[in-house]
Write a protein that binds this ligand. Structure first.
Ligand SMILES: Cc1ncc(C[n+]2csc(CCOP(=O)(O)OP(=O)(O)O)c2C)c(N)n1
Ligand SMILES: [Mg+2]
Length: 330
């Protein structure tokens, strides 16, 4: 990576350090979830590992006071930039009453929260896409003109919801940014068995708006492309499809064994491009991070994760008598 590229795209030194901090926080929270799962304390984990640069770089391009996020289950980095905390994630993993996503009712990774401007997610993949398009249409009708950030995996870009949402947004030039995190697998299905076209970004032409493919391990490039897309959206020029090419460094979920469908050599090769490592190198070359400040930051983030774990483990469960709340109307 060339030195100080961040300044050329309008990011300050403080902002790129902040990006790295969010990436590290997302990674360390994720690692903690796996430990808790293997210790039998939390039932399920769905990971962001390998996709933090894409998620954080993309989320930095939005106005957190105005814009909306309709994320998918891996988006720990994005939801944290929009305001969710390590405590929130741990509360959700332990299914505690204070979980802001669903009060301990949904599986982990089903993010949501009015105060964070994050739309509640649903389990069928890609349902968030038409919702995002609807929020953009509502913003046009009310004059709020917010941009909407929606994300999904490349496998999910085969779902009807993606195509219907993209078509409608293209026709009405709505301010939606479709963000595909192409991590090369849909559970055990590799990319070449998912798409016959060259890239997910190519699909945009069919809906009459630009499609851009970007290195998802590079948060500065992801930010640059997303910022252009957000600026276009807010200028009334319509949607953009951005494909961030990443790699899922861990199994699909805590219930998956990826050794049965992908070669260890491939995973080891991808680990060399782990964005936590490559972005730390960039920051060091730019003179913004040293071994000492990196280890201080790492300790600081680890302490946040420890505190969040402790807090969430002690927190109360939802009251049993509230089980049917929001399920049946009376
Ligand atoms: C409509 C629907 N079909 C199938 C599933 C089961 N499922 C959950 S995640 C997933 C794979 C999605 O792959 P991709 O979109 O590439 O996202 P990734 O998990 O790789 O980030 C599938 C098939 C689902 N949740 N919803
Ligand atoms: Mg995928």
């Amino acid at each position: 990576m060339t030195k100080n590229r961040h300044q050329a795209v309008g990011l300050t030194d403080e902002q790129v350090l902040d990006m790295y901090r969010y990436m590290l926080l997302a990674r360390k929270v994720d690692e903690r979830l796996w430990l808790l799962n293997r210790a039998g304390k939390v039932p399920f984990v769905i990971s962001c590992q390998g996709q933090e640069a894409a998620q954080v770089g993309a989320a930095f391009a939005f106005d957190k006071e105005k814009d909306y996020l309709c994320p998918y289950y891996r988006d720990f980095g994005a939801v944290m930039v929009f305001g969710q905390t390590a405590r929130d994630t741990l509360l959700s993993a332990f299914a505690k009453a204070e979980d802001p996503n669903s009060g301990g009712r949904q599986m982990p990774g089903h993010f949501g929260g009015k105060k964070y401007r994050i739309l509640t997610g649903s389990s069928p993949v890609t349902t968030q896409v038409p919702h995002a398009v609807g929020i953009a249409l509502a913003g046009r009708m009310t004059g709020e003109n917010h941009a909407v950030f929606t994300s999904f995996g490349e496998g999910s870009s085969n779902q009807g919801d993606f195509h219907e949402g993209a078509n409608f947004a293209g026709v009405h030039k709505l301010p939606v940014i479709f963000f595909c995190e192409n991590n090369k697998y849909a559970i055990s299905v590799p990319l070449k068995k998912q798409l016959a076209c060259e890239s997910v970004a190519d699909r945009a032409v069919g809906y009459g708006f630009p499609g851009v493919s970007v290195d998802g391990n590079d948060p500065i490039e992801v930010y640059r492309v997303m910022k252009e897309a957000v600026d276009r959206a807010k200028a009334g020029e319509g949607p953009t499809l951005v494909e961030a090419v990443t790699y899922r460094l861990v199994p699909h979920s805590s219930d998956d064994d990826d050794r049965v469908y992908r070669d260890r050599g491939e995973v080891d090769e991808a680990k060399k491009q782990d964005p936590i490592i490559t972005f730390s190198q960039y920051l060091k070359e730019a003179g913004l991070l040293t071994d000492e400040s990196e280890s201080a930051l790492s300790n600081e983030v680890q302490a946040i994760v420890d505190e969040a774990t402790e807090y969430a483990e002690q927190a109360p469960y939802p009251a049993p008598e509230s089980t049917l709340m929001h399920v049946y109307g009376s």
